[in-house]
Design a protein. Sequence first.
Lengths: 145, 145
Amino acid sequence: MHISTKCSIAVHCLIFIYEYGNTTKVTSEILSLSTGINPVTIRNIFSSLKKDGIISIKFGTGGATLNCPLNEITLYRICKTIEPNFISKLIGIHTSPSLLCPIGKNINNVLDNSYQKIKNDLCESLRNITMENIITDYHYLLQNE
Amino acid sequence: MHISTKCSIAVHCLIFIYEYGNTTKVTSEILSLSTGINPVTIRNIFSSLKKDGIISIKFGTGGATLNCPLNEITLYRICKTIEPNFISKLIGIHTSPSLLCPIGKNINNVLDNSYQKIKNDLCESLRNITMENIITDYHYLLQNE
DNA sequence: CCTCCTGTAATTTTTAGATTTACACCTATT
DNA sequence: AATAGGTGTAAATCTAAAAATTACAGGAGG
C-alpha cells in the first residue's frame, strides 16, 4: 500500500530513454545495469508503459523509444499505469471491525469521506509533476556537478 | 511504505473514547472487540498517542480518556505520532542504481526534488482533517442510518 | 491478596514485493 | 534457414515489513 519503487524505476528508465534513446538501443538489460533492478521487472514495467502509449518497444530486435511528449507524462499517469489501483492501496483501513458496535459498523464510511479527500489531493499533486519538470531538474543537476 | 491501518485503528479508538469514555471504562480489550484488532496492537498505538498527549490512560486500573480538544487532533498528528517517519516511507525509491551511469548517480537527487513537493502536499492534506470533522461525519451517518 | 488492567519484549505468522528461473516467440543478420 | 540477441509472461522462490500472538512483570483498587 504505497507508491512503489516501480514508479521511481519507471522515471529512471524514461530519463534514460530520453537521453540515450536516439543513439543507443535501450534494452531491458542495459536498464537493468543502470537501475540495479532485474531485467524482468523492467520488462514488466515497460509492458504497462507501452499499453498506455508512453513508450513503444521494437519487438524481436528490442529497444525502447519515447512515444509521447514529456509534458504529457505526469507522475500520476505513470503510477496509474503501472499499478492501476495504487490509490486505493495508499491508505489502509482495518478490515474486520465489529458490526455489533455502532462505530465498527460505520467506521468504513466515516473514514471513506476523509480519506477520499486525501486521495484526491494526492492525485492532484501527482498530476502537477511531469517528466518535463523532472528532466529539467536532471539537466540542472548535471550542470552543477 | 504507506499510511498504515494503525491510523484507521487510532481514529476508530478515538471516536470510541469520545462517545463512550464518560460512561464506560475503555480498555484495550473492549477496543479489541470493537476494532477486530489484537489488544496488544491497541496498547502499542495508545502508547504513542499517550506520549503525544492526545489521550491519557489510567494506570493499573485501566481506561483511556481524551486529553485534548478534538479540533487539535489532526490526521497528520495521529500519523506522525504513531509512525514518526511515515512520510519518508510513503514513496519508495530503488536503492542501488549504478553510480557509473550519470542517471543512476543523480536519480536520487532528481526524484527528491519532486517527491518532496508531493510529501509536503500530503502533509498539508492530512493537517486539514481533524477528529472534529470525523466525529461530525460519524454523527451524520448515525442519524441517516 | 486477588483481580483486572497496562506496558513491553520476543517470537511467530502472514502478506506483499521483488527476484529469479524458464521458456516460447519474434526479427534482423549472415 | 540458422542463429544471436531481444521481448513477453508465467511460475516459483526469496525477502522484508506488518501484524498477531505469547508471555510476563508491575500498578491500582476492592
